[in-house]
Design a protein around this ligand. Structure first.
Ligand code: PFF
Length: 423
C-alpha cells in the first residue's frame, strides 16, 4: 500500500508537469475542430468562462484530494471517506482515462505519421485537395493508423516505465516553452495569409446568437478535456506536489497557459482554414488538413513542419503519459500489482480499444453506436458525459464529504500560501 512516492522538485517542475498533462492535442487539435463545429468566437467566449469559473475550482479540488491522501483518486477517496462508496468515482475516472487515451493515441499516431511525411518532404507540391484526400486514404486503410498508434503507445509506455521525475518532469521543462514559441511563430505567419481577416473574425468576433445549450455543453466538455479534469489525472499529480507549494498558483498558471495556447492555436489555424477554403466544420481532421498547407506556404516550411509535428507529438505524449499514469497508479494501488504488470495490462487494453477507434473510422465501417463511429463516441462521451460526471462527484466530495479543515489546509498549503483562506 505504501509504495514510495516521488515528488516534483520545485514549483516550476510541478507546474510544467501538470502543464504537460494539460497542454496537448486538446489545445492544438481538438480546440480548433470543436470551435469550428460550434461557430467560432462565441463558443470560445463560453469556453474561456467555463475554464476559469468551472474547471479551475474542480482542478483545485482534485489537486487537494491528491495531495492530502497521497494516492490516486480511487485510493484517495477510500482513504478520506473509508467504508463508503466514494472510491468508485476513482473507478469511473480510470474508465474515462481509458476511453480518452484510446482515441488520443490514434490522433497522436496521425501526428507521428505527419512527422514522418514531413521528414521525407511528402507534402511538397501537393494541393490542399490532395492533402485532404491523402489523409482520408490513410484513415481508410485501417491498418496504417493502427500501426502509427502502436508506435505512439509504445513510446508512452516507455516513459511511464521510467516513473515520475525522470520520465515526466525533465521532459516537460524543455517542451512547453518550445511549443509556445512555435505557436507564436505560426500566429505571426498568419498575419501574411489571405484569409487573415476572416480567420481572426471567426476567432475573435462573437455572434452570441450562436450560443445554445449544445454549444455550452461542448464548451464545458472542451474546458474539462483541455484541463485534464474530472477523471483523477490531477489527483495523481497533486499527490506528487510538495506540501508547501501553492496549489491555487499552480492551477491558475496552468489554466491561463492552457487557454492562451488553445487560442494561439486558433489564431494559427483559422486564417489558413479560410485561405485554403477549408470548411471550419470539417471535424477531427480539420487541423491535419490545414497544417501541411500552412507549412508549404511559409519560408523554411520544410523545417518548420518537422519542428511543429515533433513538438505536437511531444505535447501529446506528455498528456498520454498522465492518462496512462492514472490507470497504472490505480492498478498498482488497488490490486497491488507491480509497475511492470500494471503497465503491461494498461497498454494491452489501450491497444485493443485504440484499434477499435481507428478501424471504426474506415469509410463504410459498421462499427457505429448512436450514429457515431467508435472514435467519435469515445471523443464526445468522454468530454460531455464522463468527465462532467466525474467532476461533479469530485466537487461534491471535496465540498461536503472531505473534512473542511483538510481542504482549507491544502488550498493554503498549510498556511504557507494565502492567508485569506485561513481566516
Ligand atoms: N488535456 C489533454 C489535452 O488537452 O490534450 C488531454 C487529457 C490529458 C485529458 C489527461 C485528460 C487527462 F487526464
Amino acid at each position: 500500500m505504501h509504495s514510495p512516492r516521488g515528488s516534483f522538485t520545485s514549483r516550476f517542475g510541478a507546474t510544467v508537469a501538470v502543464g504537460g498533462s494539460v497542454v496537448g492535442l486538446g489545445n492544438i487539435w481538438r480546440f480548433p475542430y470543436v470551435a469550428g463545429e460550434n461557430g467560432g468566437a462565441a463558443f470560445i467566449v463560453v469556453y474561456i468562462l467555463m475554464s476559469f469559473l468551472v474547471a479551475v475550482p474542480i482542478m483545485l479540488s482534485e489537486l487537494s484530494i491528491g495531495r492530502e491522501a497521497r494516492r490516486s483518486l480511487h485510493g484517495a477517496m477510500a482513504r478520506l471517506s473509508p467504508g463508503r462508496p466514494w472510491k468508485f468515482t476513482g473507478t469511473l475516472g480510470v474508465v474515462t482515462a481509458l476511453v480518452i487515451v484510446s482515441f488520443y493515441c490514434v490522433v497522436a499516431g496521425w501526428a507521428l505519421n505527419f512527422l514522418g511525411r514531413s521528414v521525407v518532404d511528402d507534402f511538397a507540391g501537393r494541393s490542399i485537395g490532395e492533402i485532404t484526400g491523402g489523409l482520408r486514404a490513410f484513415i481508410d486503410s485501417g491498418w496504417k493508423p493502427v500501426l502509427w498508434m502502436s508506435v505512439f503507445l509504445g513510446l508512452t509506455a516507455g516513459i511511464v516505465w521510467f516513473g515520475v521525475e525522470k520520465g515526466i518532469e525533465r521532459f516537460n521543462k524543455i517542451l512547453m516553452p518550445l511549443l509556445v514559441l512555435m505557436l507564436v511563430g505560426l500566429g505571426v505567419n498568419s498575419l501574411f495569409m489571405e484569409g487573415f481577416r476572416e480567420g481572426m473574425a471567426f476567432v475573435l468576433k462573437p455572434d452570441f446568437s450562436k450560443i445554445d445549450g449544445a454549444v455550452v455543453f461542448q464548451a464545458l466538455g472542451q474546458a474539462f478535456f483541455s484541463l485534464s479534469i474530472g477523471m483523477g489525472a490531477m489527483t495523481v499529480y497533486g499527490s506528487y506536489v510538495k506540501r508547501d507549494e501553492s496549489l491555487p498558483r499552480i492551477a491558475g498558471t496552468v489554466a491561463i497557459s492552457d487557454v492562451c495556447i488553445a487560442i494561439l492555436s486558433g489564431i494559427a489555424i483559422f486564417p489558413a482554414v479560410f485561405t485554403f477554403d477549408i470548411n471550419p466544420t470539417s471535424g477531427p481532421e480539420l487541423v491535419f488538413m490545414t497544417l501541411p498547407g500552412i507549412f508549404q506556404q511559409m519560408p523554411g516550411g520544410y523545417w518548420v513542419s518537422i519542428a511543429f509535428f515533433s513538438i505536437l507529438f511531444m505535447a501529446a505524449i506528455t498528456s498520454s503519459v498522465s492518462l496512462m499514469e492514472a490507470i497504472v497508479a490505480w492498478l498498482m494501488e488497488e490490486f497491488r500489482m507491480s509497475r511492470r504488470r500494471a503497465l503491461a495490462m494498461a497498454t494491452g487494453t489501450v491497444f485493443a480499444l485504440g484499434t477499435l477507434c481507428a478501424v471504426s473510422q474506415v469509410e463504410g465501417s459498421r462499427l457505429r453506436v448512436l450514429g457515431m463511429d467508435i472514435f467519435d463516441l469515445f471523443d464526445k462521451t468522454s468530454s460531455t458525459v464522463l468527465m462532467p460526471l466525474g467532476a461533479l462527484l469530485i466537487v461534491v466530495f471535496a465540498g461536503w464529504v472531505m473534512d473542511g479543515a483538510m481542504l482549507r489546509g491544502q488550498l493554503t498549503s498549510m498556511g504557507h500560501s494565502s492567508k485569506r483562506l485561513n481566516s
